[in-house]
Design a protein around this ligand. Structure first.
Ligand SMILES: NC(=O)c1ccc[n+]([C@@H]2O[C@H](COP(=O)([O-])OP(=O)(O)OC[C@H]3O[C@@H](n4cnc5c(N)ncnc54)[C@H](O)[C@@H]3O)[C@@H](O)[C@H]2O)c1
Length: 325
């Protein structure tokens, strides 16, 4: 197998664990860092379960063409009839390495689960996926910058925080870019790549290459809060929550309309549950603060659900109910 560069992944939550899995499946040694042991243990369980699912579907392979993301069964949380089954993904990502028939253990062994940032000194790329809170993210970059090699690229996996702001917290603004991965990462063939004010063409070229190596196409956009995807998606999700809040529709009917009428594989409320309602709320708060535009004001029902701990798939309950692993 080709020697692939070490990838650092900081934040082992919903998306960070999937990013780590995807790079490891493509043959990269991965260092996955979180501040909480429980998050690291949950990430290991979730990656292991997902790889086992791949093997079942692919007749033993965790390699190219085997990628799929386990979809936990769900039931409506409160009102109405069960929605149709969600098909979250698009085409499977074709991983460039990882090996047909490679064992689940071999992929898992490539990932170092740790609370220690020090091994990131070996990384060529660090993908940062900590909670969508600017103060928390800033603290992480202040530690990463002196620790990582000069040539190391920092990829910010954020929903709405401007990349230029993150870059300014480092001494390597030309080597900082946005890599907005889509959930579920192993399934999605595309990544929204964000060019910060100082991001160099060489950084973008290398990012494109590394993404191509894990079977992902990069679409490069300029830097603005929410970029393209979340600027549009978060408004849609928020308005969908308002229709439930105002008793215009039950959640499952909102989702059925988007699937049946527009051909979307998932409705906006299923998507919100998949992302995490806390992350959706932080994203809307971020867009509201950034643009000072009332169209981004979060629906009170969304805030109440987050206050109540109803975060979607990750907590077992959101607009729908999910069995916990
Ligand atoms: N959930 C999605 O579908 C999705 C998609 C694309 C991008 N994002 C973005 O990715 C980031 C993470 O989102 P998530 O949904 O995985 O959140 P999450 O809440 O599931 O996970 C965040 C993780 O960061 C860890 N963390 C917090 N502070 C840390 C620190 N100082 N060092 C290391 N780890 C730390 C937490 O322990 C937690 O495990 C956010 O910026 C979010 O906007 C999320």
């Amino acid at each position: 197998m080709v020697n692939r560069p070490v990838i650092g992944v900081v934040g082992a939550g919903v998306i960070g664990s999937q990013v780590a899995q995807t790079f490891a499946q493509a043959g990269h040694p991965v260092v996955l860092v979180d501040v909480h042991d429980e998050a690291l243990e949950r990430a290991r369980r979730s990656i292991s379960r997902d790889l086992r699912f791949h093997r079942m579907l692919a007749g033993g392979s965790t390699g190219p063409g085997a990628a799929t993301k386990t979809q936990a069964a769900k039931t409506p949380a409160a009102k109405g009839a069960a929605p149709g089954a969600a098909a979250a993904g698009n085409a499977p990502a074709g991983n460039a390495a990882g090996g047909e028939g490679e064992s689940r253990a071999a992929v898992l062994e490539r990932i170092t689960f740790t609370r220690d940032l020090a091994p990131l000194a070996e990384a060529e790329l660090v993908v940062e996926n900590v909670v969508e809170d600017w103060e928390v993210k800033r603290g992480v970059y202040e530690k990463l910058d002196p620790l990582c090699a000069d040539g190391c690229l920092f990829a910010v996996n954020t929903s709405v925080i401007p990349i230029t702001r993150v870059a300014a917290a480092t001494g390597r603004a030309d080597r900082v870019l946005g890599m907005h991965f889509m959930n579920p990462v192993p399934l999605k063939p595309m990544v929204e790549v964000v060019r910060g004010h100082h991001t160099s063409p060489g950084t973008l070229d290398r990012a494109r290459e590394l993404l191509a190596g894990i079977g992902k196409e990069a679409v490069v956009v300029a830097d603005a809060a929410g970029f393209v995807s979340n600027r549009v998606l978060m408004l849609t999700v928020n308005e969908a929550v308002f229709t439930v809040h105002e008793n215009v529709s039950a959640a499952e009917d909102v989702d059925r309309l988007f699937k049946g009428c527009f051909g979307h594989p998932m409705g906006p409320l299923e998507t919100a549950d998949l992302i995490g309602l806390d992350t959706v709320l932080l994203s809307l708060d971020g867009l509201y603060a950034e643009f000072a535009d009332s169209k981004y004001r979060p629906c009170p029902l969304l805030r109440r659900m987050v206050d109540a701990g109803l975060l979607g798939r990750k907590s077992g309950q959101g607009f729908y109910t999910y069995p916990q692993i």
